[in-house]
Design a binder for this molecule. Structure first.
Ligand code: ATP
Ligand code: LTN
Length: 333
């Protein structure tokens, strides 16, 4: 009998341009797994409207994100790539899971707290129930692993709790998934305020490096990165958050250990180190940017990818949804 592959699934909101953080924390780890797993990656456009968007920008970024996924090495022949809103089962299961998730649980989510503080004028119900839709995204595909950065760990844990609660009532309907968080790059920090996560919605454009950004701009951002006055390249996240963050980035882009990095820059000032980190990021991003630009000229191809992706994803998702409908007592349509 053919051995069944495990399932890997993840998504990113097209709420801005992809960052170095989302690449090292998430996407980089997706591309390496297509042989071992049945892989699903999507543009989480439904999650994106929990914060008000300009419609034309959202549409453009959704397609551009798909091009970037492919340019990052996600071959559409070996990974199912789709747009979340094209598979209605996400919204359908999302509603059902709203009814199996507690107000108190959702109130404890740190992303809800930080996003509602940042958008005090628009604390909508979708922002609050966001994790139920994310649980639906994951559970529909019976995912084993969810490759994300560390900031999404809490949402993944809530997904596990929801799945276990549902299974305890109705029997084994959902696979209970595990987050898959990389050792290096799990939490890339801002270059200008290294105590905060690098984020695409950062107010300070110099703190965040975008994957498709001009190489000269990337290099300049690294040259300006905040460090400390010790002038010694040494890993110490508490006392040297800036240098430690740059070391993490360099380790993730070159595969070198912290000891090797410390030895490489021993006795040199920070200037040489910052230039080396910037160069390593520029070289990593260059082929991704060039391939994304090439793919964006072929709208017909991108359309064929997301159409085929939605068809395959919809087939799998509907299987789980039918099971759930039956379990909760809906009359078969
Ligand atoms: P926003 O600013 O809109 O909240 P973001 O920049 O934090 O967005 P997301 O789109 O929420 O990024 O994240 C996409 C994926 O990348 C998630 O799996 C997330 O965990 C990961 N990720 C995002 N930022 C970082 C980071 N700085 N370090 C490591 N992983 C990250
Ligand atoms: N919440 C995630 C995006 C996201 C996701 C998912 C990630 C939506 N649905 C399912 C993994 C699995 C974020 O903000 N980065």
């Amino acid at each position: 009998m053919m051995e069944q592959k495990g399932v890997m699934l993840s998504g990113i909101q097209p709420s801005g341009e992809l960052t170095l953080g989302s690449y090292l924390g998430a996407i980089k780890n997706w591309a390496e797994r297509a042989d071992q797993f049945d892989c699903y990656y999507f543009m989480a456009d439904m999650h994106t409207i929990t914060v008000r968007q300009n419609p034309a920008d959202l549409r453009r970024r959704t397609v551009s994100q798909l091009a970037a996924y492919i340019a990052c090495g996600l071959d559409p022949e070996r990974n199912t790539l789709f747009i979340q809103s094209h598979v209605p089962a996400h919204a359908q299961l999302g509603w059902i899971l709203d009814c199996y998730t507690m107000f108190g649980e959702l109130s404890r989510m740190t992303q809800f707290k930080s996003k509602s503080a940042a958008h005090a004028e628009n604390i909508n119900a979708g922002l609050f129930t966001y994790p139920c839709l994310m649980a639906a995204d994951i559970l529909l595909y019976q995912a084993d692993y969810v490759p994300v950065g560390e900031d999404q760990k809490q949402h993944c844990e809530l997904t596990r709790d929801i799945a276990e609660r549902f299974n305890a009532i109705y029997g084994p309907v959902f696979k209970v998934p595990e987050p898959y968080i990389p050792k290096m790059g799990a939490r890339v920090m801002s270059l200008t305020s290294p105590e905060n996560k690098m984020s695409k919605s950062d107010q300070d454009p110099n703190g965040c490096v975008y994957l498709l950004e001009d190489p000269a701009v990337i290099a300049k951002k690294f040259k300006r990165a905040v460090t400390d006055s010790e002038a010694c390249v040494r890993f110490d996240p508490v006392n040297k958050p800036g240098i430690s963050n740059l070391m993490q980035i360099y380790a993730a882009t070159t595969g070198r250990s912290f000891e090797a990095i410390e030895a490489e820059f021993a006795g040199q000032g920070y200037g040489a180190f910052k230039t080396a980190v910037g160069d390593s990021v520029v070289e990593m991003c260059r082929p991704i940017r060039e391939e994304t630009e090439r793919l964006l000229k072929d709208k017909g191809y991108l359309e064929s990818v997301y159409r085929a992706g939605a068809e395959k994803a919809g087939r799998i998702a509907n299987k789980t949804l039918r099971k759930v409908y039956k379990k909760v007592g809906f009359v078969a349509p």
